[in-house]
Ligand binder design. Structure first.
Ligand code: ADP
Length: 320
């Protein structure tokens, strides 16, 4: 490819800017022209496309969100929309697109490749819910934010001998909950991948810890389990411990990306442009065993998600 474009799509994530910066500067290093598309696939439909230079991506690596903006585009999600986007690319002479986003965005990238525009996906989502990759850009920042917020909740929970039920993000993926649960010393961590028994997995744990002298408790609930208000109410009813529910929500999506997110985003953005330079298309850049590699998008979308059972066991055995 000689003239490529980059866009961010779906839910934003800290580190997306570092990925865009890497794509722009790598492309320029390789002697390609590079364009930035605003508002995800929508920008391809409306022509919000701008030529990027080295300085176009100045001062963004440390910022959360996405300087290219993002969108969910119902129009692109139709065969006519995909054809229209492909026509726009041809009109501009764009012969490669890097899409930073989640599974939905990769389905779009697969369709756009099918319409004749070679696409490469880069996983950007805080949820770590992309089965082909062990890591997604934004995940580390989101977990660290959740951990810091729960540490603060813990201070006040401890002062009042309370129980706090904290719901963290992750959609149907329990990775954020599992890791933050371990990091904050939660008495119980509920994830969508493991069915839980209210008495055995929450109440009995709290009662046992109470007997050994523990007086304050944190329960971490994954978004995919939900019902944190109800869980909180039931804990108070059954144990008599004053309980409070907090849904952390979008604070987890923002903020300055951690070192890990900036570095992985830089590596993945670089790899994506290498693939386009080498004439590859319909690939997704992923992390496997700490290495940056790539898979066919269609195959990647069909891979089953692997839940870390050992880490879950560790969280169970340490929270007592
Ligand atoms: P994410 O990429 O974070 O999973 P979405 O699922 O909202 O976010 O997808 C982002 C955009 O990708 C959608 O607005 C749509 O334009 C496109 N997209 C989503 N699903 C598909 C699909 N099945 N086929 C084609 N395009 C899709």
């Amino acid at each position: 490819a000689k003239k490529i474009a980059v866009l961010t799509s779906g839910g934003d994530a800290p580190g997306m800017n570092a990925a865009v910066r890497a794509v722009v500067r790598t492309a320029i290093s390789f002697g390609m022209e590079v364009y930035g598309v605003r508002h995800g696939y929508n920008g391809l439909l409306t022509g919000e496309v701008q030529k990027m230079e080295l300085r176009s991506v100045s001062n963004i690596i440390q910022h959360g969100g996405t300087a290219l903006f993002t969108a969910r585009s119902p129009e692109f999600n139709t065969p006519e929309g995909v054809q229209k986007a492909a026509a726009k690319c041809r009109e501009l002479g764009i012969d490669g697109v890097v899409v930073v986003g989640g599974d939905g965005s990769f389905r779009g990238a697969r369709d756009l490749t099918g319409a004749g525009v070679p696409c490469i996906g880069v996983p950007g989502t805080i949820d770590n819910d992309i089965s082909s990759s062990e890591y997604t850009i934004g995940y580390d920042t989101a977990m660290n934010t959740a951990m810091e917020m729960i540490d603060r909740i813990r201070d006040t929970t401890e002062s009042h001998d309370r129980c706090s039920v904290v719901e963290v993000m992750g959609r149907r993926c329990g990775d954020i909950a599992l890791n933050t649960g371990i990091a904050v010393g939660a008495i119980a961590t509920l994830v969508p991948e493991v069915k839980y028994d209210f008495e055995k997995d929450i109440i009995e744990r709290i009662r046992y810890a109470q007997k050994t002298g523990k007086r304050h408790f944190i329960v971490v609930v994954a978004e995919g389990v939900g019902h944190s208000e109800d869980i909180c109410k039931r804990i108070q009813e059954e144990t008599g411990i004053e309980s409070r529910a907090t849904i952390l929500g979008h604070v987890q999506r923002g903020g300055s990306p951690t070192l890990r997110d900036r570095v992985v985003a830089s590596q993945m953005g670089y790899h994506a442009v290498e693939l386009l330079r080498d004439g590859k298309s319909n690939r997704v850049v992923v992390m496997q065993g700490e290495r940056i590699v790539d898979f066919d998008i269609t195959e990647a979308l069909e891979m089953p998600r692997v839940f870390d059972e050992k880490l879950y066991k560790i969280s169970q055995d340490l929270s007592r």
